[in-house]
Design a protein. Sequence first.
Length: 554
Amino acid sequence: MENGYEYGNWVLFGLAIYMAAMLGIGWYASKRVKNNSDYIVAGRRLGVFFCTGTLFATWFGAGTCMGGAGNAYLFGNQGVIFDPWSAVPCLIITGMIFGRLMRRSKFLTVVDMMEARYGKGVGIATMISLAVAEIGFVGAQLVGFGAILHYFSGIPLTMGILISTVILVIYTYLGGMWAVTLTDVFQMIILMVGMVAMLYVAVPLAGGWSAIFNNDPAGNWCAINQWSFVPTPESAANPDGIAGFFGYTGHMGWLYWAAAWLTIGIGCIPAQDYMQRLLAAKDEKTASISCYLSALLYITVGMMPVIIGMIYFKINPNLSIDDAMSKILLLMAVEQLPVVWAVIFVSALVAALMSSADSAILAAASLIGYNGVKYFKPDTTDEASLKYTRLCVPIVTAFSLALALYFQVIYNLMVVAWTILLVGIFVPFACAFFWKKANTYGALAAFFGGVISWGIFYLIYLPYTKAMETGILEEGVVYFEWAMWDALYIASMWALLTSLVCMVVVSLATQKVNTPIPMCDVDGNRLTVVDWVGINFRRKHPEPVPVVERGSIK
């Protein structure tokens, strides 16, 4: 074995039992799938417990666990503003603003909603963007799973990724959203137990909580103030610290910092795997409350791998960048935990990866199999649509597999996946509910303006980020991987602004030639955008208003 861990076979045996249990749950859940509603949104029967469990488990994946620990090791708290910190406002904003309205709409996918509001063209653009983002997200989880199997068995990373892919495909194919929900809740429990056990062992190694929360720039690889939430200035008290955010000063530092909060903070809101859970809630109240409870769970459990990453820097500050980004939690498990707890902890890591991957696989399959097929065959029956959606599960996973094998990275792959939604989808999504003058032309302009400007600003900033990342690993050599990601993130802020400007300007300029379509629910009734704030848990929303003329708006 690569690491020489003498109990590695026990860990693999524990994982084998865990995988068998997941397959059993998938088989059980398949018995309850009768139609698309059962398969895509679990028959809209999730209560607070199951809805919260699947929301939390969906978010808590490879990026939060392995990538979060690695980024905390390298950059301190600045490295994890992307995740887990920005995920918390995302969940709260959704529960407060969008959760009730999405559940009220009774759609099966985000594409349904965008098409109902803006028409077929925007629906297709949304479907493609969401599918690409979900496939990228699955790829990140597969990389994490493959790294675990590679570490404990010595098998090639490629083979580890292939094994994880097969398991995910089988139980997701069988049970759809109901299987994903049941496995998510099971995985959430294992995850919390494993993380608490690791934290209990790790904190004394750092010298206690006071040592962990010491805002010392010597606590991470890049010598950034350990608990900085804002761009860090150079000062007499911090002469050796890196100024700005991730080393970028001036407007670039602030744009990068804003991207860290907004990429997931609002970019994830229109994601299909996220909204799918709210659409599966039994009512609006459940949707909102589940968001708030998930936010509380996420910041509580999500900070555990972050703290473990910080602690490991105190134990061993000499890891390579690649090892830091993929192995810290594995090293802590084999070096510090008794064998029984090591098995539980590694199973918890796998649970985190699988709970996110299965959700994204189902989301992408729903988009392509349910929405995509209808664009080519509008008369598709519900029975045929269910068959196509299931068929898309292995197809989507195959694309994710190819992506994972090509990139073989975790954290950045995940965050860039959601940046696509930030620059192209979020503005039309938000305006669909809250701006009556938003029209099809404006939505298309916002989408293409955001995505195209993202590419343009990426090319503008790339020379600066390449200069910044020169000499990171080798004197005079550009560490292009970091330079590329940095430029993408910084450019996303200008792209988001461009998307908003395009939405407003084009919609206002084309009101006469492109009449806005009123927001309707799945039954074609006017969606009542009242009592939408997710703090009123008593009052029921008003009855839907029939739309007499689809193109009219008052």
